[in-house]
Every structure is written in C-alpha cells, then in structure tokens.
Design a protein around this ligand. Structure first.
Ligand code: NAD
Ligand code: SSN
Length: 494
C-alpha cells in the first residue's frame, strides 16, 4: 500500500485538464492505496484498478465506523451542507474532465456524460440544502406527565454498491444524502466504471470532506463486496443494480437487520393513446428509449400504441431513429455510444431475433455494428410485437424499441402492469381525465405523462414491486439515511 496520489503515464491523462483526476487506486482509511491483485477496466484500454479483498473491506468499514460519530458530533447540518455545496461546485468546475473520464470508461456520448455530471452534482447541491432542513417533531402526548418529541440521527455507516450505467449520478444520489445526514460511506464502485468515482472522491476531499468519511473499495471479487451486507458495523446498505443481486444482498443484510434501499431493474411501459400529440410522444420515446443507448433502468422497454395511431407513430419514430449516429463517445457528432459489453449486444440481438421469429416486423436496425471500437448495436424499432415475445417480460437494457398495438385503455393498463417490475411508466394523452386515471392505475414508482424525462434531484426516484424500495433524491431521500429517535420527557413537577 502507498499513500501517493501521483498520477503517471496512462495516455488518458493527456485528454484531461487536471491529470490528477484519473486515479488507478482505491481509497481506504484516508489513503490512496493499491494492491498486487488488480483488474483491467475496458480490457487494458483504459487502466487498471486494485481489486480489494474482504480484509480490505473490513478495514474500510472499521475506519468509516470510527470516523462517523466524530463527524456527526462536530458538524451542524449547515456545516455539512457547506461541505456538500463546495463539492458540488468543484464537480461542476471539473465537468469536462469528469465527463471525459466517464465517456471513456462507460462509452456514453460526451454530451450525455456532461449532462450526467451536472445531474450528479445536482444531487449533492440538493442534499446540501436538505442538510439544513432535517426537522424533528413535537407530538402531543396522551399522558399529562410527559412531553414527546423526535430527533433525526444518522444511521451510521452506509455500504453503497452501484452500477456502471450512471458512473457518477448513482453514487452521488446516495453519498449526498448520507453525508448530509452525518453518515460515513464505504463505496463499492462498478468494476466497469470505477474511475469516475475516484475523480469524484478526490474532489470531495478537496472540498474538505474528512478523508475517513468516504472509503472506496474497487474490486472484482464480488464475494468480498458482500461484506457490506453482512458486517455488523455497517448500518445500512444502499444498492442500485439488477433485481437478482439486490434480492441476494437484502437476504444477507437481514442477518444483521440493516436498513436497506434497493433501486433495481425495470420493464417500463410507454403508452401512446390515439388522442396524444404524436410528435411529442415520438420525442419522448427517443429520450427515454435511446438515452445511454437504451441502458437506463427507466428506459421504455415496451411501447404500446393505440391501433389508430400506430402507423403514424411508428413512421415518426423510425424517422428519428434513422438520424441517430453511433460512434465513439468522445466524438461530438455521436448520438449513440457502445453498449457495455458483448453480453449486452447478445441480449439485444436475442430479443430482436425472438421477436422476428415469432412474427414481428423489423422497421429499422436489428444487428450489431463494428465501425469503431466497442460493442455497438444498431438503434432498432420492431413492430407487431406480442406478449409471447421475450421482450414483453425481460428488460432489454439496450437500444431496442418494440411496438405493441392495443385497442382500449383497460387492455393497455392490464398489459402495462403485467410484470413483476414497477419502476417507471410513461403515457401520452391529451385527455385530462384519462391522464389522471392512468397515472393512478399504473403500478410503478414514477410516471411520465406526456414526457419521457422524469429524472431530477427534486423528483422522488424509486420503484415498487420487484423494482425495489426506498426513495432517492427529493424531500424523501434524506430520511433513508436517518433514524427517527423519539424522546419522551417525564414532567419533573410532582
Ligand atoms: N432502479 C435504479 O435506480 C437503477 C439504476 C441503474 C441501473 N439499474 C439496474 O441495474 C441493472 C444493470 O446494472 P448491472 O448489470 O451493473 O447490475 P448488477 O446488479 O450486476 O451490478 C450492480 C453492482 O453490483 C455489483 N455486484 C454484482 N454482483 C454482486 C454480488 N454478487 N455481490 C456484490 N456486489 C455485486 C456490481 O459489481 C455493480 O457494482 C439493470 O437491471 C438496471 O435496471 C437500476
Ligand atoms: O439507470 C437508472 C438511473 C437513471 C436516472 O436517474 O434517470
């Protein structure tokens, strides 16, 4: 192990204004550290990271546990807010470098990467404000002899595990409220995209956040990462990722009854009624289907279009898809970056093949492409899709827009809800009565009505059913990192 933050010869640093933001190290107990056991990020194209083991996780947890009470006891909400505000400002000042690192490790376009960096910073600045609004209550007591009130306390040490598709925002949406509440965190960043996380943490230190408060344990050893779910010193685990891994972590966390937040997979319905503005609907579909090349948990997975609108909507969508341009994320003319890996391309292909085999029609796209390095799959639209096809049940997590036809409102609501997932849902209609009805009837945590954009720091983010539990961002996000303590005061007068 070493305490050096020096950076060296990796060619990526030539693309950065501040080469020190590219860090191939872990951050444990206030030290930048490395190990002999390492893993490649993007093969060997980008860099290497130390792969931490269970002992390292335990050391990080112990250090975070020792630091947390000191931090909470020595800071007010306003002081924690000031630290977070400074961190958010530093992220925005370094947006170009962070976006460059993110685009290189994730593949998303530089425009999207800058957008995500601003989105990531917005969670920190949001929770900087929330830190000062952590109110308790006074409660009318049922007994004349007592006075009852509540205060909010940090849960303690939070284990944080996040996916590669939003290398910055999934981390700040958790770390922002954790620090606002007075918690410490041990982060297991995604092994596909650890470098964005390290840059963010370096800026957190520059902002003055105490070193032991944020620990980062990159690893390829998934079993070691489960220490965050089992170690008794960890009080909460917050996970974003697939439903299978989320369920496994929740079971492990039950052993010590940790508080658990789970942001899991989706299978979002996207409904276009025949009274919708079809141009707005097609625009919404482009955003929420093809953002991050279809690799977001809130991406539309099933597009239901009412029979009389299907021809016109499909034409509009195909025309827009034809204008997309695949390529390297750093090329400013690129609108679609590569998928995360070969398996992602194979999954998209298998969903297309299955649909076509069962009678769907290919409108555009439909195959892998290899014009530049990376795993590309053409933005694809398939029509005539039915419930027998795999894509009606399984999240593609890729650039495939499958169009189903429906006839009535009742039918489409039933179809939309016919899934074990319940993260996001979208629909387009100019009928106010229908808008209110359908918004209530969709079994999801988040609904977009006449818009495909539902994500913002102020909007409660989270799902129902097997898409998980807990709300991130918004006025609810801080509470997930706090315990409410009730204090009953006995009346001292006889
Ligand atoms: N609801 C949300 O907010 C949200 C946001 C982004 C992604 N997602 C979901 O995430 C999934 C895609 O991400 P993914 O493929 O990286 O998910 P994943 O579950 O495979 O991985 C997520 C994180 O968990 C880690 N992990 C994986 N297996 C583990 C194990 N056995 N023990 C400990 N840690 C483990 C990974 O290394 C990564 O850091 C999709 O289903 C998507 O819908 C949900
Ligand atoms: O992938 C899921 C998160 C994306 C978002 O916050 O909009």
């Amino acid at each position: 192990m070493t305490d050096s933050t020096e950076n060296y010869h990796n060619p990526i640093v030539n693309k950065l204004r501040d080469a020190g933001l590219f860090i191939e190290k872990a951050f444990v107990d206030g030290q930048w550290t490395t190990k002999d056991t390492q893993f490649d990020v993007l093969g060997t194209v980008l860099g290497r990271m130390p792969s931490l083991d269970r002992d390292d996780f335990q050391a990080a947890i112990r250090s975070a546990s020792a630091a947390q009470p000191k931090f909470f006891e020595s800071t007010t909400g306003a002081a924690r807010g000031a630290l977070l505000r400074k961190w958010s400002d530093l992220i925005l000042t370094n947006v170009d470098d962070i976006a460059t690192i993110m685009s290189l490790e994730n593949g998303k376009t530089i425009g999207e990467a800058k957008g995500e960096t601003a989105y990531a910073a917005s969670f920190i600045s949001w929770f900087a404000e929330e830190a000062t609004r952590s109110y308790g209550t006074t409660i009318p007591s049922s007994s004349p002899d007592t006075t009852l009130l509540t205060i909010r306390e940090p849960v303690g040490v939070c284990g944080i595990i996040t996916p590669w598709n939003f290398p910055a925002a999934m981390i700040t949406r958790k770390v922002g409220p954790a620090i606002a509440a007075g918690c410490s965190v041990v982060i297991k960043p995604p092994s596909e995209t650890p470098f964005t996380c390290m840059a963010l943490v370096k800026l957190a230190l520059e902002a003055g956040i105490p070193p032991q408060l944020i620990q980062v344990c990159p690893t390829k050893d998934r079993a070691a990462a489960t220490e965050l779910a089992t170690n008794p010193l960890v009080n909460k685990i917050s996970f974003t990722g697939s439903t299978g891994v989320g369920k496994m972590l929740a079971k492990l966390a039950a052993g010590t009854l940790k508080k658990v937040s789970l942001e899991l997979g989706g299978n979002a319905p996207f409904i276009v009624f025949d009274d919708a503005n079809l141009d707005i609907a097609a625009e919404g579909a482009m955003f929420c289907k093809f953002r991050c090349s279809g690799q977001t948990c809130v991406c539309a997975n099933r597009l239901y279009v009412q029979k009389s609108a299907v021809k016109s909507f499909t034409e509009k969508l195909v025309q827009k898809v034809a204008a997309l341009k695949m390529g390297a994320g750093l090329d400013p003319s690129t609108t679609q970056g590569p998928l995360v890996n070969k398996a992602a391309v194979e999954k998209a292909q298998s969903h297309v093949d299955d649909a076509l085999k069962k009678g769907a029609k290919l409108e555009i796209g439909g195959k892998p492409r290899q014009d530049s390095p990376g795993y590309f799959f053409e933005p694809t639209v398939v029509s005539g899709v039915t419930t027998e096809m795999v894509v009606s049940k399984d999240e593609t997590f890729g650039p495939l827009a499958p169009i189903f036809v429906f006839e009535t409102e009742d039918e489409v609501v039933r179809l939309a809800n016919d899934t074990e997932f319940g993260l996001a849902g979208y629909f387009f209609s100019c009928d106010v009565g229908r808008a209110w009805r359908v918004a209530q009837r969709l079994q999801v945590g988040m609904v977009g009505v006449n818009t495909g954009k539902i994500s913002a720091a102020e909007a409660p983010f989270g799902g129902v059913k097997e898409s998980g539990y807990g709300k991130e961002g918004s006025l609810y996000g801080l509470a997930d990192y706090q315990n409410i303590k009730s204090i009953t005061f006995g009346n001292l007068q006889q």
